[in-house]
Design a protein around this ligand. Structure first.
Ligand code: CMP
Length: 141
């Protein structure tokens, strides 16, 4: 069993898509181990996306991520990182495969509705950024 980290971004929350996206997540066999709605500060967004700090889109990305509430979740499944990345689809929604979250809902590369960890190591770091171990209450045994 593996865990990954998910964000339903401000565009997804603003458009009332949380339930539809959770349905896709659960239907794909991912278990929601913990979840909460938060409104990131600009500083939290900058820290979370620090790996992108030298990219030209960094400012725009941080502005967007703190523009409204997001839903952060811990998801569990065998091969959860790959499973959730496959379900999200390509970063650029124009390139996202049919049946993926981004193909269904994302409007642009910047406002692309969901984030998911890109490796097991980053999943552990990103989960630790938003969740205490005691909050991961729905782990499968
Ligand atoms: P995410 O998986 O959250 O990780 C980094 C984010 O940067 C990515 O999704 C995109 O939303 C965003 N991003 C990547 N490339 C661009 C770009 N060219 N312009 C704006 N945002 C981008």
């Amino acid at each position: 069993m593996e865990m990954t980290f998910s964000i339903i971004k401000p565009d997804g929350v603003r458009r009332n898509l949380v339930g539809k996206i959770f349905n896709m997540i659960e239907s794909a066999g991912l278990r929601i181990v913990a979840t909460k709605m938060i409104h990131m500060s600009r500083r939290e967004a900058e820290q979370f996306y620090a790996v992108h700090k030298d990219r030209p889109f960094f400012g725009e990305l941080c502005d967007f991520m703190c523009s409204g509430p997001v839903v952060v979740s811990a998801l569990q499944a065998p091969d959860a990182v790959t499973k959730y990345r496959d379900l999200m689809g390509a970063t650029d929604p124009k390139k996202a495969a049919q049946g993926t979250i981004r193909a269904a809902f994302a409007e642009s590369i910047g406002e692309n509705t969901v984030h998911g960890s890109d490796s097991k190591d980053n999943a552990a770091i990103e989960l630790g950024f938003f969740f205490a171990g005691t909050e991961l209450v729905n782990r499968a045994r």
